[in-house]
Structures are given as C-alpha cells and as structure tokens.
Write a protein that binds this ligand. Structure first.
Ligand code: SAM
Length: 271
C-alpha cells in the first residue's frame, strides 16, 4: 500500500478493505461515496471484474459495506452504487444496519447500442443512507434545481388564500438526469465507468460541509476527490489500479510526475 498527497487530500494505492481497516480510524468520515465494481465484467486496466458466483460478489460487498458504516461519524452519510440486479440485495442488507433515506435513480439517455429483445438499461441505482436519521447534513438550498411549473410555465397557485406564483426552484427528487461521461466531454478520462462530476457535485454539496472529510473507497478516476477538493472538503480516495492512481494525482493536482513520468492527460483523437 502506498499513500500520496497531503493530510487534507489523500490518495491510497491499495485494496479498499485493507486500506479502510488500517488507514482510516472508525467514526471519522462525514460522507462516503462507494461506486464499486458491479460484477458485470468491466475491464479495469486489464483486470476483468467478475466474481465466480453472485454470492461471492455479495459476500465481498457485505464486508466493505460493514466497514464503511463503521468508518462514518455518527452524523455521517453513505451513498452506495451497484448494478441494478445487485441493488435489491444491498438494500435488504443495509436496511438492518443503517437508515436508507432515498432510493435514487440516475437516469441517462443512450444513443449507443440499444437492446432489441428487452428494455435496455437506462439508469443506475444509488442508495442514500444516514447513520442517524435525526442528525445528518442535508444542505437543501445548495442543490436547488429549476421547478418547471413556476420557472417555465409561470403558473399561479389559486388554491392559496392569496393566489401566488409557484416556486421557480426546488430540491431535486429521487430521479436524477445527468449525461454519462462521454469521450468528447472535457471531464473524460480513460476509464470504463467514470461517474459525472455533476452527480458528485450534487451529492457532496448536499451531504457535507466545507472542511468535512469525504471518502471514496473505489476511486477510479477520482471524480469524488476532485470535486470534494474543489468544494473545500477534505478527501481520501482508495484505488487498486496504478494507472488510475496517476489520474488521481493529476486530477487533484497533487503531483506533476509519477516515478519519473510526467503526468499528462491522454490526448484524444480529435485534439
Ligand atoms: C466503478 S469504478 C469507480 C469509478 C469512479 N466512481 C469514477 O468516477 O471514476 C470501480 C473502481 O474500483 C477499483 N477497484 C476494484 N477493486 C478494488 C479494491 N479491492 N480496492 C480498491 N479499488 C478497487 C477499480 O479499479 C475501479 O477503478
């Protein structure tokens, strides 16, 4: 295991379970975003993530889920992702250990390959959990979005004693629409399952405050840590693949080179 960065913005190169147990004290983290391998055969820099059985995958997940809960402060929040087919197991397991407040659908459009013999998957599920449902951070006013009824349709609510216009802004519901990260987007990195910055921005703004500690045990391209840093939060990111550690060091501006190699963004075919 290797550690890079500073006390405030730390990158750990190693296995998530081992790093969490040995490098992160219990009850010290304000917000955890966990986006693990989904057991669907993705290629992470040459490593195909596929367990022998579904049960083996779930057993592994229950181990890190339990550790993550232990690392959270009493007022901490936990966002968890996995593939649609495994989320029901996570949900049933987690509801005995923590409070699930929202079952979020991250919906995206897909102009790519479309299923022809069934309804293709156009979403990924996210569970939003808190340790204490009477004491947790939720900065509703920091994540307001346009309320179409008030902002675009300009309707008046005549049910009120004095007719009033509808609000022009609202707290998002549990269906979130963000485009997936595509090759031509500025934020694109060479990784098969990079999450959009906008999605992490909503989560981090809602469920943490400036100076709080945000942790991502499966950092990939370090989207969580990059946004946490940009928003004035502290962060710890853990990742198993060296290639992605390099992306993290560059994205968080923690190093200019790695083992004598200059850290540069891979140029894309149109650049
Ligand atoms: C779904 S991706 C995360 C993507 C990330 N949210 C992003 O925005 O780029 C899961 C990541 O977990 C990493 N990983 C797999 N097993 C791991 C383990 N045992 N410990 C730490 N990282 C692991 C993979 O290399 C992969 O980059």
């Amino acid at each position: 295991m290797e550690v890079f960065g500073t006390d405030h913005h730390k990158i750990i190169y190693g296995d998530a379970l081992q790093a969490l147990e040995t490098m992160v004290p219990d009850q010290t983290v304000d917000l955890i975003f966990a986006d693990p391998p989904y057991n669907i055969g993705k290629n992470f820099n040459g490593h195909i993530e596929k367990w022998d059985t579904e049960d083996a995958y779930l057993e592994w997940c229950y181990r890190w889920l339990e550790i993550c809960i232990r690392k959270l402060k009493p007022g901490g929040s936990f966002y968890v992702m996995t593939a649609t087919q495994f989320m029901p197991y996570f949900d049933i397991w987690l509801r005995h250990k923590i409070n699930i407040l929202s079952r979020i659908i991250w919906h995206y459009d897909s102009s790519g390959v479309q299923a022809r013999k069934y309804f293709g998957s156009m979403y990924e599920p996210i569970l939003f959990c808190v340790k204490d449902k009477h004491n947790y951070t939720f900065n509703a006013t920091d994540i307001l979005i346009e309320a179409k009824t008030g902002a675009r349709r300009k309707l008046i609510d005549y049910r009120k004693a004095v007719p009033t216009t509808y609000n022009t802004e609202k707290v998002p519901g549990n269906v979130w629409e963000f485009p997936r990260v595509r090759y031509r987007m500025d934020e694109y990195e060479h990784h098969p399952t990079q999450k959009p910055e906008a999605l992490l921005e909503r989560i981090i703004r809602a469920s943490s405050n400036a100076g709080d500690l945000v942790l991502d045990p499966f950092s990939g391209t370090f989207t969580t840590c990059a946004i946490a840093k940009a928003l004035g939060r502290k962060c710890i990111g853990i990742e198993l693949e060296e290639e992605y550690i390099k992306i993290g060091l560059r994205r968080l501006d923690l190093a200019a080179e790695y083992k004598g190699q200059k850290l540069q963004r891979e140029s894309r075919s149109f650049e």
